[in-house]
Design a protein around this ligand. Sequence first.
Ligand code: 16G
Length: 514
Amino acid sequence: MAQWQEVSEKSKLHPKPVGLVLQYGTAGFRTNADHLDHVMFRMGLLATLRSINTKAIIGVMVTASHNPEEDNGVKLIDPMGEMLTPAWEVYATQLANAEQDHLITVLKDLAQKESIDLTNQEAEVFVGRDTRSSSARLSDAVLDGVTALDGRSKDYGLVTTPQLHYMVCCCNTRGGYGKASVEGYYSKLSQAFIQLTKSAPNRTDDQKCLLVDGANGIGALKLREMEPYLQGALKVSLFCDGTGGKLNHQCGADFVKVQQNSPKGIVMKAGERDDHGRFHLLDGDKIATLISTFLKELLTKAGLDLKIAVVQTAYANGSSTRYLEDTMKVIVRCAKTGVKHLHHVAQEFDIGVYFEANGHGTVLFSKAAEGKIQQLCDDSDGQRQGAATLLKNSVDLINQTVGDAISDMLLIEAILAIKGMTVQQWDAIYTDLPNRQLKVKVSDRRVIDTKDAERKTVSPAGLQEAIDRLVERHQDGRSFVRPSGTEDVVRVYSEAATQESADALGHEVSLAVY
Ligand code: 16G
């Protein structure tokens, strides 16, 4: 067929380094940007086939999120704005690893397996990218792949990953989720935020100011674009805004979480937002606690009987799980690391609040739950109607397609304002168990296999028993190891009653892994 010929010709412009093997991991492909040109071209091909297969628009985002500037990566977005379905992740890996003269065979196999007929089929792919210096040429390679299979493409240029997820969802729902443009995104979120904070009329000007770490990346750029839409309801002081520093260098969520320290460049004054000059991290677990408490209270006020659950990963601090289960009495579930795994579990509930400890996360509302909330917004009972309206505005403020730092930030600000709560009070809801995260470089991280949502290892033999023995020696001890899906390392997590003990446990487990 003529199209295969075209693909074969064009693929020569994006040659695969012989022998290079990559895997579609926790969040797509990620590695040094110099090794990714052929992967990008091929992901353009794959997205086009997926678009034909689903009869919907598919997204391709060029980014390596928290990785260093030199890296890059790519992930595909499915029709409702969710992550690519696992069966197609396998195709993605096969396609990326096919040697040059095998590419067409692998593509034809895939088309046959999925009964994709390329004749007279429409396909459309949305492409977005982050601010890395390699991202523009790599997204051109994606576009080349789409064109090679006669697909249509729309290049959104510089957007955050959640923005691209939002666009894909908006278009495939024919506007049902909002207007598919960055302006549409800014307006939807800003309006919901403004409505929500109207319920907190006593907010002082001081409480409207926020210092934000932009990690010298795309988030900084987009937050600056969004600020006017907020009409003064929030004033943002942006640090690490990309004008001087390097992407994710000594800043950004990963840096802050792993180092348990503030981003370089932000001057933290005692009493401003941190407590007596000491650094306090309010992580994904604290966020999940705040949001689920808020939503649960509103459900009670609205008289709505909806099943709410919090989904965490093994990284969730033991104190947070205990608080949620014992004090809040909400259902808690544990999922494997990676937004896609948590998302999937959260979909099982009327309201699924999911956050990784590193802050990735969002809230999902079932269609039925949204319908019930909407209905109650016209209720004659003032209290029920008021609570339902707050719930409705929260639904609009939350980006349900994927975890979105901008949307999460606004929701947290709104909740604190409505509850009249200070950051210190929020932090004091429960006290984290001291913990430590370490990276261990091993010759092949894939020898480590895990089960039970990554809380236990099944291989290599004897490792779990060794970890169990070490954990026993520490009060409130807990530790697990897992191969990273984004870096060539094994991650070690430990927690215990004291910081010394957590550090020692982490160190001991690292030695057992090594
Ligand atoms: C990616 C994931 C994040 C996960 C992290 C773990 C998405 C959008 N992002 O950044 O959820 O926590 O990888 O990285 O899924 P690791 O596998 O290297 O520990």
